[in-house]
Design a protein around this ligand. Structure first.
Ligand SMILES: *Cc1c(COP(=O)(O)O)cnc(C)c1O
Length: 426
């Protein structure tokens, strides 16, 4: 495979963009090579500037659950383009999208659209604080909630492989109201509540952690969070930026049957356009300005192209219904089984539906500590082999693999063959 143009573009980009990329994980540092520059994508495939094609399991980090260039989404966006890119005034499409969200995720009685997942979580936390009139929040080690100041504490993902989990430029004063518990560890949550009685506004959690690799909540963990927040007058916030519309139309809250007070969305809900959304019970969301006293605004929030893409994507998912998600689950299971069989004891596979991770670890991965014990060098070897053989996976041990509706059985079988070949040649 030739990567000449990608190499040249990377050199050129490094001169005018920090690290040559607009988001750190794209730089491939964790896998010891330079990134490929992408020119176009279609269905399950992505093509780089040197003309190499790959079966894509990054799917833009989740949004492309229907594959790339889904015709209905593209047509909806083109149509919206012709009517104007932005108005800074309310539109019917924003209302239609909020109704669709509520239809799929009933706990989001009211919601607000913003332009990124970062903004959605930052705003939801502000609402929780405004509503409860308390300052502290609990988050979990290894969970990522975007790059807002107060949440860049033990944040997994890009922050994890850069080995700088706490970013420079975040005053200690901002982070001091962010308490960190261990994922899947009830005692760590209980003791934070005991030490900070009457001060905790919310517990913020990825109901399936997907930014330290995929880590599933153990049985009863989400139910415990529901109970402990309720008992202590705190709100429960599910960050469903990845899991929303991924684990099913109703997201993780439907999948596990646990209802949070506030939910954040992003990625899929924008159909591939920049997006975030947060919402919850009417009584809580009515604290948001101009109804209430919590300020949150955005010039491009509810942008017409985003709402067009989001509505088209959700309508497609709704039309596909249970059958579509069963099929995604089947594909996810096929890949998980392939990897388990190929690697045996050497690897752990964590999976929820079409969201999965391969950890090169000997023991089950259940939290941050067990995740970081993985052999990242082996992951880098695996990643590089797959990339060189036309399979595009996440360039980090601590990111998820995403399967889309566009992946065909042929794609999966080819992927399985390359993985088995990697093991044979190792
Ligand atoms: C991606 C992600 C975010 C941040 O969303 P951006 O759109 O990248 O700002 C927040 N929370 C979770 C769980 C995510 O996966």
């Amino acid at each position: 495979m030739n990567h000449t143009k990608s190499e040249q573009l990377f050199e050129r980009s490094k001169r005018c963009i920090p690290g040559g990329v607009n988001s750190p994980v794209r730089a491939y540092r964790a896998v010891g090579r330079n990134p490929v520059f992408i020119e176009r994508a279609c269905g399950s495939k992505i093509y780089d500037v040197d003309g190499n094609g790959y079966i894509d399991y990054v799917c833009s980090w989740g949004p492309c659950i229907l594959g790339h260039c889904d015709k209905e989404i593209i047509d909806a966006v083109k149509d919206a383009c012709d009517r104007g890119l932005t108005f800074g005034a309310p539109t019917e499409a924003e209302c239609a999208l909020a109704e669709l969200i509520r239809g799929c995720i009933p706990s989001m009685e009211m919601s607000r659209l913003v332009s990124s997942g970062t903004e959605a979580v930052m705003s939801a936390v502000r609402v929780a604080r405004g509503y409860t009139r308390r300052d502290k929040i609990i988050k979990f080690e290894g969970c990522y909630h975007g790059h807002s100041d107060g949440l860049l504490v033990k944040a997994g993902s890009g922050a994890l492989t850069q080995s700088a989990p706490d970013s420079a430029g975040v005053p200690a004063d901002y982070a001091k109201n962010t308490l960190v518990a261990r994922y899947n560890d009830e005692a760590s949550v209980r003791s934070l509540f005991e030490a900070n009685r009457g001060q905790i506004a919310a517990v913020l959690v990825e109901p399936v952690a997907a930014n330290m690799g995929v880590v599933l909540p153990k049985d009863g963990f989400l139910e415990f969070l529901r109970d402990v927040t309720k008992t202590n007058g705190a709100l429960l916030i599910f960050d469903e930026v990845i899991t929303g519309f991924r684990l099913g139309l109703g997201g993780a809250q439907e999948y596990f049957g646990v209802t949070p007070d506030l939910t954040t969305l992003g990625k899929i809900v924008g159909g591939g356009m920049p997006v975030g959304a947060y919402g919850g019970r009417k009584e809580i969301m009515e604290t948001v300005a101009p109804r209430g006293c919590v300020y949150q605004a955005g010039t491009l929030s509810g942008n017409p192209l985003t709402t067009a893409a989001g509505i088209a994507a959700i309508r497609r998912l709704c039309a596909g219904g249970k059958a579509l998600y069963q099929e995604l689950d089947r594909k996810g299971r096929y890949l998980a089984d392939t990897v388990k069989t190929a690697f045996g004891e050497k690897a752990q596979v964590n999976r929820a539906g079409s969201l999965l991770s391969v950890f090169f670890a000997a023991n089950p991965v259940t939290d941050y500590e067990t995740a970081v014990r993985s052999d990242t060098r082996e992951y880098a070897r695996y990643f590089n082999y797959l990339l060189d053989h036309g399979i595009y996976t996440a360039p980090s041990q601590f990111e998820a693999m995403f399967v889309s509706a566009a992946h065909t059985q042929e794609d999966l079988e080819k992927t399985a063959e390359i993985i088995r070949q990697f093991v044979r040649e190792s």
